[in-house]
Design a protein around this ligand. Structure first.
Ligand SMILES: [Zn+2]
Length: 443
């Protein structure tokens, strides 16, 4: 206390006179307080003061040795650390390895080694992808104190420095699910109507899948068709993180109403509890591959007739996937000059489906296929002028229109499940109808 550094003296001398007086006064008061006899000060409770000292009386002017082993619980360690941490982020690029990232961020291989000694950290950090972000926290000594890696929208890996190495835990944000509705009227195409209504590509495909047993989305849709959908949206801490399930949907195709409701088994049923899933898909080609959604009077590519032959032609690019419309057994997979590459499938006793002009056959005669299974690809083989799939549907050996033929009855929910299901249907319908009214009011 006797020698005040020169710089300090100069600093004080440079101050205005009033400040100098004030400063001296403060010094005198402080000194008086220090040397006057007083009650021993009692320490206030504070996280920084170790427990042993907290309990005894502290004397002013006395030096205390703080025990080095304070409190080893992770909580207090991170709490006191976090205040002085400096965070910086790194976006993973292709070709990056953890070693390279640590090097780029200025950390040593030893630090990486210590981080990956934690098994969970090692396992999770092996899965980093380009575009992911790693965040690093440095302490005052520029040492790695914490590392955070957002695994997905809800989970974050936190690796924290502890006494011996690093320990990790995964922080999970709770997901909140809200529901929303969309309603649309088709003007140019189902796809565009869905996009205009704010639906995602996945949701649009899902709607086509839900109703794909009743409606041929490739050929049956018309301008003025309408649909409504009730779906989930997921949020974490108020932030939108993604879409959830479709809960209910309605489709009006050429004046016909179709409704579908998700049951607890995740299958869709109509309002009466009858399964939407049926023994045959209306179309063996997904609608989004079809060249035109509205072309009711297409001419046969070769004969030029309007309602030409025994099947339906789907104009689509060479290579478009062709699905088995129902489960069954392949009774022919071959080639001839007229049909090109073709596949015939027998379904039970009464039904046969035929797929012609393929560029590629992916099944063999005698093979069993599941509904929706890839059996070939659209081509332009045989007597054709352009690439398309020629599709035939035969019932008891007679050609029928696959888009209008009455198909086997769908399975129903068992009677026990119906009351609960129908109560749910009423709720969902009320929400869908409300949204439709709102939509129509806005037109
Ligand atoms: Zn044809």
């Amino acid at each position: 206390m006797k020698s005040i550094p020169k710089s300090m003296t100069r600093f004080i001398a440079a101050l205005p006179r009033r400040h100098q007086i004030l400063l001296s006064l403060v010094c005198v008061v402080t000194l008086l307080m220090l040397f006057l006899p007083s009650d021993p000060a009692t320490a206030s409770r504070h996280a920084d003061i170790p427990r042993q000292l907290d309990q005894q009386e502290l004397l002013l002017g006395q030096r205390y040795q703080l025990p080095l082993q304070v409190d080893t619980s992770a909580d207090t360690a991170t709490q006191s650390d976090e205040t002085n941490l400096r965070w910086s982020g790194y976006e993973v690029r292709s070709g990056d390895s953890l070693a390279r990232i640590f090097d780029k961020m200025g950390f040593t291989p030893q630090q990486l080694y210590r981080v990956t000694q934690d098994q969970q950290a090692d396992r999770v950090l092996r899965k980093i992808h380009p575009g992911d972000t790693l965040r690093f926290a440095r302490d005052d000594n520029d040492e790695l104190a914490q590392l955070a890696y957002q695994i997905n929208a809800t989970d974050t890996l936190i690796v924290s420095r502890a006494d011996n190495g690093f320990i990790s835990h995964i922080e999970t944000k709770p997901i909140e699910v809200r529901t929303e509705t969309a309603h649309a009227r088709i003007k140019t195409s189902f796809w565009n109507a869905g996009i205009d209504a704010g639906l995602t590509e996945g949701q649009i495909m899902s709607i086509a899948d839900i109703f794909g047993w009743d409606i041929d989305f490739a050929l049956d849709l018309r301008e003025g068709d309408e649909f409504s959908v009730l779906f989930e949206k997921k949020y974490a801490e108020g932030e939108f993180i993604g879409y959830g399930r479709i809960l209910a949907a309605e489709f009006v195709n050429r004046g016909e109403h179709y409704q579908a409701f998700r049951h607890t088994n995740d299958e869709f049923y109509n309002a009466q509890g009858r399964a939407m899933r049926k023994s045959f898909l209306r179309s063996p080609v997904k609608f989004n591959y079809i060249s035109s959604n509205f072309n009711p009077r297409r001419l046969h590519p070769v004969t030029g007739q309007v309602r030409p032959h025994n099947g339906i032609d789907y104009a689509a690019a060479v290579g478009t996937p062709v699905m088995a419309s129902g489960a069954g057994k392949v009774i022919a997979s071959a080639y001839n000059n007229l049909n090109g590459h073709y596949v015939f499938i027998q379904h039970g006793e009464r039904y046969v489906t035929k797929y012609l002009h393929l560029s590629k056959r992916l099944v063999k005669t005698g093979q069993r296929v599941k509904q929706g299974e890839l059996i070939g690809r659209v081509g332009a083989t045989g007597r054709v002028t352009g690439p398309h799939l020629h599709y035939e549907f035969l019932v008891d050996g007679v050609h029928r229109n696959p888009r209008t033929v009455k198909l086997p009855q769908a399975e129903s929910l068992i009677a026990d499940e119906l009351p609960e299901f129908k109560a749910l249907v009423q709720q969902r319908l009320a929400v869908l109808n409300d949204s439709k009214r709102l939509y129509l009011a806005m037109l």
